[in-house]
Design a protein around this ligand. Structure first.
Ligand SMILES: Cc1cc2nc3c(=O)[nH]c(=O)nc-3n(C[C@H](O)[C@H](O)[C@H](O)COP(=O)(O)O)c2cc1C
Length: 213
């Protein structure tokens, strides 16, 4: 059964642009895959603790030697990893916060980048283990960071996500960005702003072939 993992990370819910656009992706995906399954993971409604020394110690303890307490420490990470493994396709809504990804998304990334689970070292080189997956990032930014603009070098969202997902094996990545959302605070009509972005999201979802190299 085709499975889509849908993640959101904007705290703004009803007024969030990235949430509205990732929902449009899900709607389109469901139309095209009526027998598909969607796993929803709302990172603003998931309590993820920052990494601690005990957590790191648990990761580096062989599975069969872990204490019940260590297993418990890794249980959320195991659940989140299970979601990534079950899905073939990921869609991730990302608001730009302080030129980077929101902290809840970083906390999630810290839970899913795990040696032996999502990457290994082979002959001293890292090898990602999440193969055959595709990811669509739907990013909303208050300003505009298009290539060639003066602000382009301030965009740490796209290069970081491309690198970290590539590191765990997900190299088939698409970035759809709704830039300039701050105009909505100055009277720009929300529906008019969203229309071309919804269309771009729908077109991209329609073009997904289901299956990644
Ligand atoms: C805490 C916070 C930090 C932000 N930092 C930036 C920033 O560095 N650059 C920018 O262009 N917009 C910034 N913004 C504006 C958001 O990127 C913009 O509101 C975007 O629409 C957020 O996505 P959302 O609507 O899905 O929440 C910030 C907003 C918040 C709430």
């Amino acid at each position: 059964m085709p499975t889509l993992l849908h993640l959101d990370s904007s705290p703004l819910y009803g007024t969030s642009i990235s949430r509205e656009l990732s929902a449009a992706f899900v709607t389109q995906w469901k139309i095209l895959q009526p027998d598909g399954r969607v796993l929803d993971r709302d990172l603003n409604a998931t309590v993820i603790a920052p990494i601690t020394a005990e957590w790191v110690g648990s990761v580096f303890t062989p599975e069969e030697a872990r204490t019940p307490q260590q297993k418990e420490l890794l249980s959320l990470s195991d659940t989140l990893l299970g979601e990534l493994e079950q899905a073939d396709e990921y869609v991730i809504g990302v608001p730009m916060h302080n030129f980077g990804v929101p902290s809840v998304l970083k906390l999630w990334i810290d839970q899913i980048v795990r040696v032996g689970k999502t990457f290994v070292y082979v002959d001293g080189k890292p090898k990602g283990l999440l193969v055959g997956k595709g990811v669509t990032f739907i990013i909303a930014t208050g300003g505009i960071y298009d290539a060639q603009t003066q602000m382009a070098s301030f965009n740490f969202v796209e290069p970081y996500l491309r690198s970290i997902f590539g590191f765990v094996g997900v190299t088939d990545a698409t970035f759809l960005t709704a830039g300039g959302t701050m105009a909505l605070n100055y009277g720009q009509d929300r529906a008019a702003f969203l229309t071309p972005h919804v269309q771009a999201v729908q077109k991209h979802a329609q073009g997904l072939k289901g299956g990644h190299a």
